[in-house]
Structure formats: structure tokens, C-alpha cells
Design a protein around this ligand. Structure first.
Ligand code: HEM
Length: 378
């Protein structure tokens, strides 16, 4: 197979999976979307958002020009959808999305190969703009500073990996060319990057309380369909289809970051866990998902190259990198315990991405995924 070049997969050498900075707003024709997406937090707080959405004109999404405008439109429309569905909390959710949102959202989603629902790709990768080395959140969900902080920290974690994209590329190139020095230095650099990702993730604690995440923000990330969902029958997209549609909810599990690292380092998971991760990958930016698929098809995988090289420095660099990924996952489990398990006051809290399964094995699942990573050190 041809070389894997990250730049061919909408991955930047400087900011990784984040979208290169783009304008905050769409052209004037789309002003109703700009306005509603921006004023969503205030209008939801005053319970006026649903009515405002119902008055929105049906706009022609074919007037959107180019990839970035479509990504921004998708972000705005899924935010509008989220505010519309969940304005009155999980108990007051509605089952139908009006045509003025449903139709353009459906069409833009088809154009981009995205799901017509709020995803991590929207609220983090499109929404977090890199400005002077920091992350600026363009559009917020309800909840003010705590919500903005969650989105910003997700962006910071992505940016931290993004700054290490060159080391990922060096690992790929080094493995392909059997260049031990390049592979060793790439793995050593990536170990530092993963450690920095953990430090970035820890920033969540600075400005986000478990109560805020669980009770204020989480409902707005909700999907629909399945017994665990308040919209159990699925959502009807008016003007598109009379059949209700089921979608999983938005979750940082939709980040391609960890699956990229898994596939790069040759970490594998059992079929049931992989099935969940694969379903999640259907909610990623298509080019990012394609990268993950292509990584699994590399003819000579990194652990194989490392084993065959019988080089102490290279082996040490590989083991160190896998250890950092294991530690990152261990830390992430602490984060999930704090923000979901403890905050939900339940022994079996719902997965964020629940749909039909209503999975209750959240922490065991995350621990098994972590243990699969750890095994690669042996
Ligand atoms: C308050 C912060 C966070 C919470 C509460 C949280 C919660 C969760 C939950 C509940 C899952 C299980 C799958 C699901 O139900 O969706 C999960 C999985 C996952 N999360 Fe997070 N998460 C947080 C932050 C992050 C961040 C910032 C990232 C990376 C950018 C991330 C990456 C992942 C990944 C990749 C998985 C899949 C399992 C794995 O590969 O280890 N999470 N998270």
C-alpha cells in the first residue's frame, strides 16, 4: 500500500484533527443559523429557543461553498438540534425535528459523510479554533463557563496531540523504511506527547464540576433511540423521513486520538469492545475514520518492526510509548469516575454514547481497553 501521509486525511502537522481556523460565521444568507447557534445558551436558559427555531426559515444548504463552510453549517445545525430537543431537560424532550433544521442538516450531513446529530467532530474539532497557540471555543452549549471549559479542554487535548503529529508521521515513515533511528526518536517524542495529553486532560478539574458536567451539560450531548434514551423511539426528521432515526450521543470517545494511537502502536481489542469502538468511528470525520482503517492495513506494523529489529533502544522507546498510553487511559478512567460514576450516584451509569444497548458496563469496558494497551508492554 502507498505511504500513509497524515495530510491526506484532514490531519494537520500542527493542529492534528482540529479543523484549521475558519470564520466564526456563515455568509449573510445563513444569518438565521448564525444567530440561533450563537444565542442558543441564552435562549435555552429563558425557554425561548424552541419557539425561535420554529420561526426559522427553511434555507437552501446547496448555497454553502466548500468543505469548511459545510463543517461550520453542520456544527451550527447540530447545536440548534440539541437546544431544540433538550431545552426542557431529558423529561421534556420532543420526538420530532422541524423541517427548517432537519432538511438542511440531513443534506449537509450527506455531503460531508457525517451523521445528522451532534458529534465530537462538531463541538470539538470544528468548534475549537486555534488562536495564538491557545484554544478559543466559537459556539457554546448551555451552561456558561463550565460548559465552555469542557469544550476547550477537549480542544487542548487534541491540540496537544496535533503538535505531535510529526512524530506520528515519523513513526509511520520509520516503520515503513525500517529506519530504526527514525522510529526510535518518533516513539520517544510521542511518549512525551501522550504525557502532555494527560496533563491537558487534567485541566478539566480546574473549571468543571461533576455536577455541572453530569446534570447541566451531558443532557445536551444526548443521542436518541433505545430504551435508555428519553427519545426512545428515535427522532423524526420532518420533511426528510417519517421513520424515526436512532443515533448515539456525542462523546469524546468519538475522538480519533486514542484509536489512532492504538492502531499505530498495534494495540488490539476483543471483538465485542472493537465492535463498540467501530460503531463510534462511524461518528467521526470520514477522513479520520479512513486513516484508522488504513493504519490497520499497514503491511509491516510497528510492534512487528520493533520485534524484528532486536534493538534495545527501539524496544525501550516502544515500551515507554505504550506505557504512556496505558497511563493516559488509567487517568481517563479517573476522570470518567469523577464526572459520571460519582456524579450519577449510580453503580451502573449510562454510557454517554448509549443507543440500543443501554450499556451499563462503563468502567469495566474502559478498564479492559486499558488492560489491552498494557499487555503490549510485555
Ligand atoms: C469530563 C471529561 C470526560 C468524560 C466524562 C468522558 C467520558 C467517557 C465515557 C463515558 C466513555 C465511554 C464511552 C461512552 O460512553 O461514550 C469514554 C470513552 C472514551 N473517551 Fe472520554 N471522557 C472525557 C474526556 C475525554 C477526552 C478529553 C478525550 C480525548 C480527547 C476522551 C477520549 C475517550 C476515548 C478515546 C474513549 C474510548 C475508550 C478508549 O479508547 O479508552 N475522553 N469517555
Amino acid at each position: 500500500m502507498a505511504d500513509i501521509q497524515l495530510s491526506k486525511y484532514h490531519v494537520s502537522k500542527d493542529i492534528g484533527f482540529l479543523l484549521e481556523p475558519l470564520q466564526d460565521v456563515l455568509p449573510d444568507y445563513f444569518e438565521p443559523w448564525n444567530r440561533l447557534a450563537k444565542s442558543l445558551p441564552d435562549l435555552v436558559a429563558s425557554h425561548k429557543f424552541r419557539d425561535a427555531v420554529k420561526e426559522m426559515p427553511l434555507l437552501d444548504s446547496s448555497k454553502l461553498a466548500g468543505y469548511r463552510q459545510k463543517r461550520l453549517a453542520h456544527l451550527q445545525l447540530v447545536l440548534i438540534t440539541s437546544g431544540y430537543l433538550w431545552q426542557e431537560g431529558e423529561g421534556g424532550a420532543v420526538q420530532r425535528l422541524p423541517e427548517c433544521v432537519a432538511k438542511p442538516l440531513w443534506n449537509v450531513s450527506n455531503d460531508l459523510g457525517l451523521k445528522p446529530v451532534l458529534t465530537y467532530g462538531d463541538v470539538c474539532l470544528t468548534n475549537c479554533k486555534v488562536k495564538n497557540g491557545d484554544i478559543e471555543v466559537m459556539y457554546n452549549l448551555p451552561g456558561g463557563a463550565g460548559t465552555e471549559w469542557f469544550l476547550k479542554v477537549c480542544g487542548i487535548v487534541e491540540l496537544t496531540l496535533g503538535k505531535g503529529a510529526q512524530s506520528v508521521q515519523n513513526i509511520l515513515d520509520g516503520a515503513k523504511a525500517n529506519d530504526k533511528a527514525k522510529l526510535t526518536s518518533g516513539l520517544t517524542e510521542l511518549t512525551t506527547v501522550i504525557g502532555n495529553m494527560q496533563t491537558s486532560l487534567a485541566k478539566m478539574n480546574d473549571n468543571l464540576t461533576p455536577e455541572h458536567f453530569y446534570n447541566v451539560l451531558r443532557p445536551f450531548l444526548g443521542g436518541f433511540g433505545g430504551p435508555a434514551s428519553p427519545i426512545s423511539g428515535g427522532l423524526i426528521y420532518e420533511g426528510v423521513s417519517d421513520a424515526p432515526v436512532k443515533m448515539i450521543g456525542g462523546s469524546a470517545a468519538q475522538s480519533s486520538a486514542m484509536q489512532l494511537l492504538d492502531n499505530l502502536l498495534g494495540v488490539t481489542h476483543s471483538p465485542d469492545k472493537q465492535a463498540f469502538l467501530d460503531e463510534i468511528s462511524n461518528y467521526m470525520i470520514p477522513a479520520h475514520k479512513q486513516l484508522l482503517v488504513d493504519l490497520t492495513k499497514m503491511p509491516r506494523k510497528v510492534p512487528q518492526v520493533v520485534a524484528e529489529a532486536k534493538d534495545a533502544n527501539l524496544s525501550k522507546a516502544y515500551t515507554g510509548c505504550v506505557a504512556a498510553l496505558t497511563q493516559y487511559r488509567t487517568y481517563h478512567i479517573q476522570v470518567v469516575t469523577k464526572y459520571i460514576v460519582t456524579a450519577s450516584k449510580s453503580d451502573a451509569p449510562k454510557s454517554l454514547a448509549y443507543k440500543d444497548t443501554g450499556r451499563s458496563d462503563l468502567i469495566p469496558f474502559l478498564k479492559e481497553v486499558r488492560d489491552d494497551t498494557e499487555k503490549m508492554q510485555k
